[in-house]
Ligand binder design. Structure first.
Ligand code: HEC
Length: 126
């Protein structure tokens, strides 16, 4: 199976992130990322699959009603090891079956970073 070309969007996200950093403090409301969590969402390739606005895409589901299913700490644990949750969560199994690739693990991110991301997700897609 050919992997979809996620490398370019990732490079693009990194460039946008650096661009946002360099314009920090300008007070420009049009800055791409208003919070560290939003920057992580783009930088860590989440947006490649879930869409820049979290509305979903070919590779990942829309992020919505997350607070009905997740606490901050569970979500942080999910990001580190999504597969671990598939044993106990039928909804996630069904969600995953619609996409060619499973949700990748982000165990490379330390817990503090995952918590920032989890807070961002719950605040943005409650
Ligand atoms: C390669 C595509 C891909 C990437 C990259 C990706 N995801 Fe996912 N994500 C999925 C898929 C597919 C699912 C469906 C469930 C599964 O496979 O475990 C999912 C599920 C989720 C869920 C659960 C949604 C629900 O309804 O409970 C959350 C939250 C989530 N992803 C957040 C993220 C975040 C945050 C990132 C970046 C750190 C990210 N994803 C990166 C594909 C992706």
């Amino acid at each position: 199976m050919r992997l979809p070309p996620i490398t370019l969007p990732r490079a693009l996200a990194a460039m946008l992130f650096l661009g946002a950093l360099s314009s920090c403090g300008s007070g420009n409301a049009a800055d791409s990322f208003e919070t560290p969590g939003a920057a992580l969402f783009a930088q860590e390739t989440c947006a490649d699959c879930h869409g820049a606005d979290g509305a979903g895409g070919t590779l990942g589901p829309a992020l919505e009603t997350l607070s009905a299913h997740w606490t901050v700490s569970d979500l942080s644990a999910y990001l580190a090891d999504p597969r671990q949750f598939l044993h106990s969560d039928e909804r996630l199994v069904r969600l995953g079956q619609r996409y060619i690739m499973p949700m990748p693990d982000f165990r490379g991110l330390d817990e503090a970073t995952r918590l920032v991301l989890a807070e961002h997700l719950l605040a943005t897609f409650p």
